[in-house]
Design a protein around this ligand. Structure first.
Ligand SMILES: C[S@@+](CC[C@H](N)C(=O)[O-])C[C@H]1O[C@@H](n2cnc3c(N)ncnc32)[C@H](O)[C@@H]1O
Length: 265
């Protein structure tokens, strides 16, 4: 447990990217929704259920929730520590004609929803916590019987690790590499009684960075690496552990399995 008070929030899981980091990052961003830049769309088409309530953990700035709501008819719910989730996100979602449920500014690790959701998802959340398994467990507490869980992280292991260490070291520090393991996710989810619908790496190769450390030379190298990997990506479709930029798992709670653990934390 991290013994840290930030505003009124008490953070219950040690994070590699504290709220101040995200708030500063978001202050510099305009809220723009670009459907074409959302990854996993073809996988969503295959594995997402239709309709009901969706809950996104770490939901700001909301592109995934917007896409899922527009495409599959979900009502959007979510939580994020950033105050922008209350001041900016509701209007942004409504501008996109998305039905809004509950948007909470708060710490996911102390949040008690007192209800469950048809879809619980996060995109780039669990890998910011040392105890990422606890983060996954908290996702499960929110999932309804027959609910669908979607967890995704970037892939910073293997060749990606060396690229990030070389060109994106500051960002690498904000990520817990142990959390980027499809095998560990599968083990944990199956032992909690979920059925894995699909899991895998996403796209063949790409490189992204998020760093305040910038020089002309460094930027040139980053762009060069990105161009080279994107060129490979355009020619070859081979999701892999070495260079794929993302990984994702879709899992479903099997309602007739009475052995699944109930709320544990
Ligand atoms: C990588 S970002 C996710 C971005 C977003 N899902 C997207 O791509 O559209 C991680 C998010 O988790 C939020 N976050 C970090 N710690 C949190 C916590 N303990 N409880 C709730 N949200 C948290 C951050 O403010 C940030 O918005």
């Amino acid at each position: 447990m991290q013994d840290q008070l930030s505003g009124e929030l008490h953070f219950m899981n040690v994070t590699t990217a504290p709220p101040e980091y995200w708030d500063t990052h978001y202050e510099q961003q305009n809220l723009v929704y670009e459907e074409q830049s959302i990854p996993f769309r073809e996988l969503f088409d295959r594995f997402m259920p239709r309709g009901g309530d969706c809950f996104e953990v770490g939901c700001y700035p909301g592109p995934f929730s917007i896409y899922l709501a527009k495409r599959f008819g979900f009502r959007v719910n979510g939580i994020d520590t950033t105050p922008f989730v209350s001041t900016h996100l509701p209007a942004h979602l409504r501008e996109q004609n998305v039905e809004v449920g509950e948007l909470i500014q708060g710490d996911f690790f102390t949040y008690d929803a007192e209800r469950t959701f048809d879809v619980v998802c996060s995109f780039g959340f669990i890998e910011h916590f040392k105890d990422y398994k606890h983060a996954i467990e908290r996702h499960l507490n929110l999932l309804s019987d027959d609910g669908t869980l979607v967890i995704s992280t970037p892939n910073f292991r293997n060749i990606q690790y060396f690229l990030h260490r070389w060109l994106d070291a500051e960002n690498l520090e904000r990520h817990v590499l142990a959390a980027m393991s499809l095998r560990e996710w599968r083990k944990q989810l199956e032992s909690a009684g979920l059925k894995i619908i699909w899991q895998g790496y996403y796209r063949t190769a790409d490189f992204w960075w998020e760093s305040s450390e910038t020089t002309v030379q460094l930027e040139r190298k980053r762009l060069m690496v990105r161009r080279a990997l994107q060129a490979i990506d355009r020619r070859i479709s081979w999701p892999n552990r070495w260079l794929s930029p993302y990984m994702i798992t879709f899992a479903k709670r099997v309602s007739d399995d009475d052995s699944r653990p109930r709320k544990t934390c």
